[in-house]
Each structure stands twice: as structure tokens, then as C-alpha cells.
Write a protein that binds this ligand. Structure first.
Ligand code: HEC
Ligand SMILES: [Cu+2]
Length: 344
């Protein structure tokens, strides 16, 4: 009877291949810290690379010693090797070496931490204060992000617009549980804590759309609590500000019918539309909903088909969501979506 080998080289290679395939598939389109797009993210990536390098060196040394010992001192080769106990010099060495590595990593981390913690716009010890820093209040909600621009009088959700090469100072707050604000390509994680205002900042060095994600487990839909950061040239950003400040357009046809349903229905208990009697604060401000490319924690493409699916049964699309199924008729849903898609 032949004994089956459990760990054939083919099987090991296959396993490694499958695992790395899975890992890469999981990364497609998700946040990455490998391509920093701000000074802070560059510092964090730099530190991460050093620590990763140290970890690889430790791995290679330890595994080589292990494999060497297994082969060199195998019973098959020379019989049972000498049984020794204790070696003071070795023990001191393998206690001191990791301690030394940890001390080095600690001081490198401390250095990075102090450099990313203070915004040049608020910290006198930092770089020259930039007078035109942008101020954004970030409010974490189960499970979506609110972005307020107090100086511009804008309230939006799940899509943060910022100008390139400008310091952006964030005040982070939560209305419910602890969340964490994280945009790997722009800023490290900062906790978003109820009853306490935390601060973060970044200065984007290139334009583009960067993915953000809540990084502190906050309940059922933690994974669908995402957002996008759209970094624009200052002209594009100004155009966006002007658009967001504009009042709601006058609706006609089905959209006007939808507007009436909205203003006379349950929606106003939870949603705000600037300049109307809809002043609810439980859900996202919808004044310029149609200007955003994603909705519900940046989880779904913002188009008529998805909005219809959403209004017919929100918890079916995002289980656990705080927006209930309002049991709307199909004709009401059609009119409401005509209205929502006109909120440019
Ligand atoms: C009980 C409160 C409540 C009521 C009533 C309510 N909503 Fe919502 N709505 C929410 C919450 C909370 C969210 C955020 C859901 C999430 O992302 O998990 C939301 C999300 C949305 C979104 C997606 C917005 C975005 O930017 O992500 C739309 C569109 C929407 N609601 C439309 C409506 C309409 C239309 C009505 C009335 C028919 C309505 N809602 C009634 C609470 C409510
Ligand atoms: Cu979360």
C-alpha cells in the first residue's frame, strides 16, 4: 500500500497560487496604500515599506535556519544529533535582536506620527501656514458618511470633493458608534468617536478619485460604509461648490409629481432638501443627489434602475440599513425617481 504524500510540492504551489489569486481579486478596485497621492500617505507608505522590508528579512533568516536545521540534523542523515540544552550567548542574541528591531520601528513610527498628525495650516511648528486651507466636518453615521463644508454652506454625503495642492482640515464626529476615517492613498486612519471631535488633515498632490472606507467595525453594514474622495483642480472645485450651493431646480412633469410625493410623504422626516420643508437629518442631504456618482455609503451606482430598487426595498439592497421599506407603489417609485434624478 503506497502512502499518499500530504505535502507534495505541486500541492503547495497550487495552494500558494490560489491564495495569491484570491488576495489579488479581493484588491481589485479597493483602497490601496501602495500609490500614495498626498504628502502624509507618502510618509506612511515609506514607513510601511521599511517595516515590510524588515519583516521579509526576519522571515528569510528564520525560515532558512529552520530548513537548514531540518536537513542538516535529520535523523536519516547522521542518526540522532547531539542533545544540547541552553546557550547563553545565543539566548542573549535572540532576545536583544528583536528588541533592537522593535526600538528602531518604534522611533521610526513616532517620527512619522508626529509629521502626519499636525496640519501645516493649524500647527505653528509645521510648514508655512496656508491661509486658503479648506475646512470639512466629517460625520460618521451607521452606515454612510456626511460631509459638511461650513464655510461654503454645503452638506453632502459619501462623495468628498477637495481641491488639489490645498491643505484640508477635517473635524471628525459621529452620531452613533465609533467609526474610522481612512483614505489609504491620502490619509491614515483616524477614529471617528461620538461625543468627541477628532482631527485629521491631508494635502492631495494629484487629481483623481480615491477610495475611502470605514476602518473600525461599526455593525452590520460596516463593509458598505465607503466613500470616494474626488480631488479636483481649483477651477473644477469652484465649479462644484457653485453647483452645490445652487437652489433646487423647478421641477416639471413626473419630477414635479415626485417632488410633491416627497414633500408630503415620510421622506422629509429623515432627509433634507435645501430651501424646502424637508429638513430631516437622519439620512443624507438629497439637494444635489444626482450630482453624486454613488449612493448608500458609496455602495451602488447612482442611476434610475438602482434608485428604483432602493426605494422599493432598501434593506433588501443593504441589509440593516436605517432607511426602512416604505411599501411605496410602483407609480410612486417611478415619480420619486424622476424627481431624485433631477436633483442635479
Ligand atoms: C426613517 C428615516 C428615513 C425615511 C423615512 C426615508 N429615508 Fe431615505 N435614507 C435614510 C437613511 C438612514 C439613508 C442612508 C442609508 C445607508 O446608506 O445605509 C437613506 C438613503 C436614501 C437615499 C440614498 C442617498 C445617498 O446619497 O446615499 C435616497 C435616494 C433616499 N434615502 C430616498 C428616500 C426617499 C425618496 C424617501 C421617501 C419615500 C426616503 N428616503 C425616506 C433614512 C430614511
Ligand atoms: Cu465601520
Amino acid at each position: 500500500m503506497s502512502r499518499k504524500k500530504i505535502f507534495s510540492p505541486q500541492k503547495i504551489l497550487l495552494t500558494i497560487g490560489l491564495l495569491s489569486g484570491l488576495g489579488l481579486a479581493g484588491c481589485a478596485g479597493s483602497p490601496t496604500w501602495f500609490e500614495p497621492a498626498s504628502s502624509n500617505a507618502a510618509l506612511i507608505t515609506h514607513l510601511g515599506t521599511i517595516i515590510f522590508g524588515i519583516a521579509i528579512a526576519v522571515f528569510v533568516i528564520v525560515e532558512s535556519l529552520l530548513i537548514f536545521s531540518v536537513v542538516r540534523f535529520s535523523r536519516k542523515r547522521d542518526g540522532e544529533p547531539a542533545q544540547i540544552e541552553g546557550n547563553t550567548r545565543f539566548e542573549i542574541a535572540w532576545t536583544a535582536a528583536p528588541a533592537l528591531i522593535l526600538v528602531v520601528v518604534f522611533f521610526l513610527s513616532l517620527q512619522t506620527l508626529t509629521r502626519v498628525a499636525y496640519s501645516p495650516a493649524t500647527d505653528p511648528a509645521g510648514a508655512p501656514a496656508s491661509a486658503n486651507a479648506l475646512h470639512v466636518r466629517v460625520v460618521g453615521h451607521q452606515w454612510w458618511w456626511e460631509f459638511d463644508y461650513p464655510d461654503q454652506n454645503i452638506v453632502t454625503a459619501n462623495e468628498l470633493h477637495v481641491p488639489v495642492n490645498t491643505v484640508v482640515n477635517f473635524d471628525l464626529e459621529s452620531v452613533d458608534v465609533i467609526h474610522s476615517f481612512w483614505v489609504p492613498q491620502l490619509a491614515g486612519k483616524t477614529d471617528v468617536i461620538p461625543g468627541h471631535v477628532n482631527h485629521a488633515w491631508f494635502q492631495a498632490s494629484q487629481t483623481g478619485t480615491f477610495h475611502g472606507q470605514c476602518a473600525e467595525f461599526c455593525g452590520t453594514e460596516h463593509a458598505l460604509m465607503r466613500f470616494d474622495v474626488v480631488v479636483q483642480t481649483s477651477d473644477q472645485f469652484q465649479a462644484w461648490v457653485t453647483q452645490q450651493q445652487a437652489p433646487v431646480a423647478t421641477m416639471t412633469g413626473a419630477a414635479a409629481q415626485g417632488e410633491q410625493l416627497f414633500l408630503n410623504g415620510a421622506c422629509i422626516a429623515c432627509h433634507t432638501i435645501n430651501g424646502t420643508k424637508a429638513q430631516g437629518k437622519v439620512g443624507p442631504n438629497l439637494t444635489h443627489l444626482a450630482s453624486r456618482s454613488l449612493f448608500a455609503g458609496a455602495s451602488f451606482d447612482n442611476n434610475a434602475a438602482n434608485l428604483k430598487r432602493w426605494l422599493s426595498d432598501p434593506p433588501a439592497m443593504k441589509p440593516g440599513t436605517q432607511m426602512p421599506n416604505l411599501h411605496l407603489s410602483q407609480s410612486d417609485i417611478d415619480a420619486l425617481v424622476a424627481f431624485l434624478t433631477s436633483l442635479k
